[in-house]
Design a protein around this ligand. Structure first.
Ligand SMILES: *Cc1c(COP(=O)(O)O)cnc(C)c1O
Length: 461
């Protein structure tokens, strides 16, 4: 029998759709998608069979067979594109894999907010409209010593909003040594331009003096800005006024002093090797009037940006109509509130906020995890690879403390057949994917961010 003859026994689309076996697929995916998928499966088969690229006698298969093929295709469409990944990258706060993970209390708060209504702009006692900032402002001022605070989507939004509110059509003075770019898409000069303010660069890349600022001030000056150069360091023949000197000068000219602090620590992280990240409190104590920070870097919360500082300036910022475009949703605000609440007890914050826990944990604890995980990996690879536990270093990441190596422990794997880069690829194909790194021609899984051995071994099935 030729192919054309045998294709006559191929069940019709309508008969397959009418088959009881199709009912459950229709319930999950909807009639239209099941029909479209089945039609495309049958068309593909018909074409392939006629071209001699498929077995024509498959046409005799019953409806269940075709439904099976269609369902397998449809199942794939249910898989999310955003997937959990395991951070063995050696970068604690990694922007490309979502920066900080939330403390359990913060995640629960976000969940509650996601699944219920919350009094986000509603004063329960009075039964009247409130402001989105009310839930968090008290916590922020308590933790940082600021007079007032407002919250937006991220630090980039915080800077954009603050500059527009305080320096629209006016000049903002910045040192040439601080015109930062962060992760490609954030460039301070460009954000400044979009905010409507005019950038007045002063000094040279490596040296800026007090007199450079003095000479730059004129009747169009509205603001002095310092950006924390968090992802690079200018070393050697360098000089810049201290923040205190700069803010004293700003005050003498009646200008507000704004600091883009980047990572924005709430507690001192120097004991964990992060020496160059001033806290928000310290920055305000050096007379900054406005400080902006990211909430998902070393602070360890959800993606958001805090603007903290003098009450009168925060009020101007809050009234600016860009605020509405940059405001946070209820899930973010709930997660941030819960994260900040943990800081009321700094020991609890260090224990329960994953970013702080990973940063501050002892080498013994990292080594213990590495030992256990290495056993699972040895068993998994058999004699195909050598698995060893090695001393390593990792980075804080997200632009914080760029030159500081944080001691860590990695599992190094050398495969008999696969190159280090192929090994890295193979680990990215696991479920959930494990993100390692190749350094010095050696594939490594850094263990500083692994709390439980199962976080790695769950992928080894
Ligand atoms: C990270 C960073 C930013 C951008 O913050 P986002 O929260 O990513 O918007 C701006 N300035 C500095 C100094 C930073 O470190």
């Amino acid at each position: 029998m030729n192919v054309k003859e045998s294709l006559k026994s191929l069940p019709s689309l309508e008969s397959i759709l009418g088959d009881t076996a199709c009912a459950s697929a229709i319930k999950i995916y909807g009639r239209e998608r099941v029909r479209d998928t089945l039609r495309s499966v049958l068309d593909t088969f018909r074409k392939a069979a006629l071209a001699g690229e498929a077995n024509g006698s498959d046409a005799k298969k019953n409806s269940t067979y075709w439904i099976g093929i269609a369902t397998a295709l449809l199942e794939k469409t249910l898989e999310p594109n955003l997937r959990k990944v395991v951070n063995c990258s050696g970068i604690i706060v990694h922007t490309n894999i979502g920066r900080s993970t939330l403390a359990e209390e913060a995640a629960n708060a976000a969940y509650l907010s996601a699944t219920s209504n919350v009094n986000i702009e509603y004063r329960l006692a009075a039964g009247e409209r409130g402001d989105r900032d009310e839930a968090l402002e008290g916590l922020i001022t308590q933790l940082t010593g600021a007079e007032a605070a407002t919250v937006v989507n991220n630090n980039a939004a915080a800077i954009l909003l603050a500059l527009n509110a305080l320096s629209d059509q006016m000049e903002t003075i910045v040192s040439r040594g601080e015109l930062i770019e962060i992760g490609g898409s954030f460039r301070l000069p460009e954000i400044m331009k979009k905010s409507g303010c005019r950038l007045k660069e002063v000094g040279a890349t490596n040296r800026t003096h007090m007199r450079d600022y003095e000479e730059a001030v004129n009747e169009n000056t509205a603001l002095i800005l310092r950006a924390h150069t968090s992802n690079y360091k200018i070393i050697g023949f360098t000089s810049q006024p201290t923040l205190k000197e700069l803010s004293t000068f700003a005050k003498s000219k009646g200008l507000p002093m704004m600091v883009d602090l980047g990572s924005g620590a709430i507690i001192d992280l120097a004991p964990f090797g992060i020496k160059d990240e001033p806290t928000i409190r310290e920055t305000l104590e050096n007379d900054a009037d406005i400080v902006t920070v990211s909430c998902d870097k070393l602070l360890g919360g959800p993606q958001a940006g805090i603007i903290a500082g003098r009450k009168e300036l925060i009020q101007r910022i809050r009234k600016n109509n860009l605020k509405r475009a940059l405001r946070c949703d209820k899930m973010t605000l709930s997660a941030l509130e819960a994260t900040l609440r943990l800081y009321l007890n700094p020991e609890k914050a260090l224990r329960e906020i994953p970013t702080l826990r990973h940063l501050s944990r002892s080498m013994d604890s990292v080594r213990n995890i590495a030992m256990t995980v290495s056993l699972s990996l040895k068993e998994w690879f058999g004699d195909e690879a050598t698995v060893s536990v090695i001393d390593d270093v990792c980075l804080a990441g997200a632009g914080s403390a760029p030159e500081i190596d944080i001691p860590s422990i990695s599992i190094a794997i050398t495969h008999r057949k696969l190159s280090p880069n192929k090994l890295a690829e193979m680990f990215r194909e696991l479920n959930p994917p494990i993100i390692g790194r190749v350094d010095d021609d050696l594939f490594r899984l850094d263990m500083r961010c692994i709390d439980k051995p199962s976080e790695v071994s769950d992928s080894l099935t």
